[in-house]
Design a protein around this ligand. Structure first.
Ligand SMILES: Cc1cc2nc3c(=O)[nH]c(=O)nc-3n(C[C@H](O)[C@H](O)[C@H](O)COP(=O)(O)OP(=O)(O)OC[C@H]3O[C@@H](n4cnc5c(N)ncnc54)[C@H](O)[C@@H]3O)c2cc1C
Ligand SMILES: NC(=O)c1ccc[n+]([C@@H]2O[C@H](COP(=O)([O-])OP(=O)(O)OC[C@H]3O[C@@H](n4cnc5c(N)ncnc54)[C@H](O)[C@@H]3O)[C@@H](O)[C@H]2O)c1
Length: 463
């Protein structure tokens, strides 16, 4: 075979598909479900858990519709819809797609076994051109006394649960923590969320503040600056969580949402001169640094690049194309070519699917300043836009545009509010295209849409 891809998550599937398009023979090895974490325990089920609650909350913000909402969410129906998205954790349709794309599937756990060699049980696959590691990431469980022994939930259990826990304790104020805290609170759980700092660190501060306010409005007990010091649990009974502020919380489930690390343990990295379980670093084509011969690639969560499905798939397409092209001879890989994931350094979009949504791309104001840019920050209250006031009575939300004054281009945008997710791609296009503000002025948003926030941002900037 020409190429072996380890891991059939969304990223591995994309690498394999692109490499095979030019006629290379590609084998994909998967130890669990074809489709990976994203399809079965992450993106899709978590968004399905959130969506019905958002629709209900949106209706409640509209006189006329609000009166028609006479009950709460039907949790059983929401869980059933979630399960339909995961195909009841059955991957046969995704496995069929793989075969229909001309890719071979080997089921089992793969490990490297020296250069270009991948062992799956007794079988050794030898790749003529490339081995690609697309093994994803695993949750990090912090070293809190009693926690690891108490069988806490990770995002897997929290996205696949069949019933609503009476009381849920969430540790971590990142994306997983806030999304799943809101999902379960709206499904009827009594939720406590503890975060050692503010919510959504790394984003603009107002994003975490608006989300914290919304969670509290949903009844979540948000404890900022609080860390658990001990967790105790008898068998499968309730958890008792002791917190650094001296308080105690009882919960039926405890969700660990404190980040993820690349899945490199037991991958056989030591057989190719790397450290078992260590982190990988890659160039923009996905080639792993420190390995001779240009045959080992890594993409997606395992690669140390942004842990997001769309960004991993983007890098996977570049890697698949680079492998296919290199099979025919040396290639040039300048920035912004089809072989390079250049946008990883400039414009990584992310939507946090809470209500309000947080949609962010590029640099925050603080990150832009850290890079030494001459920055102008423009803020605008989205509720003042006619389109937003039509979408919801009392619309609350904020938009921020970060401008590089030297080049007069946008380097970062954040929108927080209801229904802002679909606004984000325009911002991504503006940043990737380095569209000058004077030209952006001519991109006229329709009236009355929330997109008119673009006009207001440019006017507030001074155009
Ligand atoms: C709760 C949650 C919600 C999320 N929501 C979003 C979202 O809304 N949008 C978004 O963009 N991102 C989201 N993410 C992140 C997203 O899930 C990941 O970025 C994405 O799944 C990464 O894809 P991947 O293919 O690199 O890895 P994975 O999806 O983890 O797939 C890796 C695959 O490799 C297999 N594998 C691992 N080791 C081996 C081995 N040794 N041999 C064979 N097979 C192996 C695994 O079984 C798995 O199928 C979310 C994450 C979580 C935890
Ligand atoms: N909508 C989306 O795009 C989406 C949704 C979910 C997850 N994801 C991706 O999945 C990845 C994992 O998400 P995540 O929320 O687990 O990680 P994260 O890195 O976003 O957040 C982890 C949070 O846990 C906190 N933390 C870490 N160690 C801690 C400790 N010992 N005690 C208390 N708090 C601690 C951190 O300060 C941080 O706030 C992220 O990279 C994210 O991009 C994306």
């Amino acid at each position: 075979m020409d190429v072996v891809v380890v891991g059939a998550g969304p990223v591995g599937e994309n690498v394999a598909d692109r490499a095979a398009r030019t006629g290379l023979s590609v084998v994909v090895v998967e130890k669990e479900l074809v489709g990976g974490e994203c399809s079965y325990w992450a993106c899709m089920p978590s968004k399905a858990l959130l969506r019905s609650g958002q629709a209900l909350a949106a209706a409640r913000r509209l006189p006329g519709a609000a009166e028609a909402v006479t009950g709460g969410l039907d949790a059983a129906e929401v869980l059933q819809r979630r399960t339909s998205f995961t195909h009841d954790w059955d991957d046969s349709s995704q496995a069929q797609w793989l075969e229909s794309a001309g890719l071979s599937l080997v089921r089992g756990t793969a490990r490297l076994d020296g250069p270009r060699r991948v062992r799956v049980g007794d079988e050794v696959l030898v790749a003529r051109h490339a081995v690609v590691l697309s093994t994803g990431s695993v949750p990090v469980v912090p070293d809190v006394p009693g926690l690891a022994d108490s069988s806490p939930w990770t995002s897997r259990e929290a996205t696949s649960a069949k019933t609503v826990p009476g009381r849920l304790f969430v540790l971590g104020g990142g994306v997983v923590g806030v999304e799943l805290a809101q999902a379960w609170a709206r499904l009827g759980s009594t939720v406590t969320l503890a975060a050692r700092t503010g919510l959504l660190g790394g984003q603009e501060e107002f994003a975490g503040e608006l989300v914290a306010g919304a969670l509290r409005a949903d009844g979540v007990d948000v404890r900022l600056g609080a860390s658990p010091t001990r967790v105790t649990r008898e068998g499968t009974g309730p958890f008792t969580v002791e917190l650094s502020d001296g308080s105690r919380v009882e919960a039926d489930e405890f969700l660990v949402a404190t980040g993820r690390r690349p899945a490199t343990s037991g991958l056989g990295l030591e057989t190719v001169g790397l450290e078992d379980g260590g982190s990988l670093s890659v160039d923009d084509t996905g080639l792993v640094d420190g390995v001779e011969g240009g045959w080992l690639y890594a993409t997606g969560d395992v690669s140390g690049r942004p842990k997001l499905t769309h960004q991993g798939k983007y890098a996977g397409r570049a890697t698949g194309d680079a492998i296919a092209a290199r099979a025919a001879g040396p290639i040039e890989t300048p920035a912004w070519s089809r072989y390079t994931a250049t946008a990883d350094h400039h414009a990584v979009p992310q939507v946090v699917f809470t209500d309000p949504e947080v949609a962010q791309v590029g640099l925050t104001a603080a990150q832009a300043r850290e890079r030494g840019l001459d920055v102008k920050v423009v803020d605008y209250e989205i509720g003042n836009v006619a389109g937003a006031s039509l979408v919801a009575d009392g619309y609350t939300g904020t938009a921020r545009m970060v401008v590089d004054e030297d080049r007069r281009v946008i380097v970062g945008v954040t929108f927080v509010g209801q229904d802002v997710a679909e606004l984000l791609h325009a911002a991504t296009v503006a940043i990737v295209g380095e569209v000058p503000l004077e030209r952006l002025w001519h991109a006229v948003p329709s009236y009355p849409t929330i997109s008119e926030v673009w006009l207001r941002l440019l006017e507030t900037y001074g155009l």
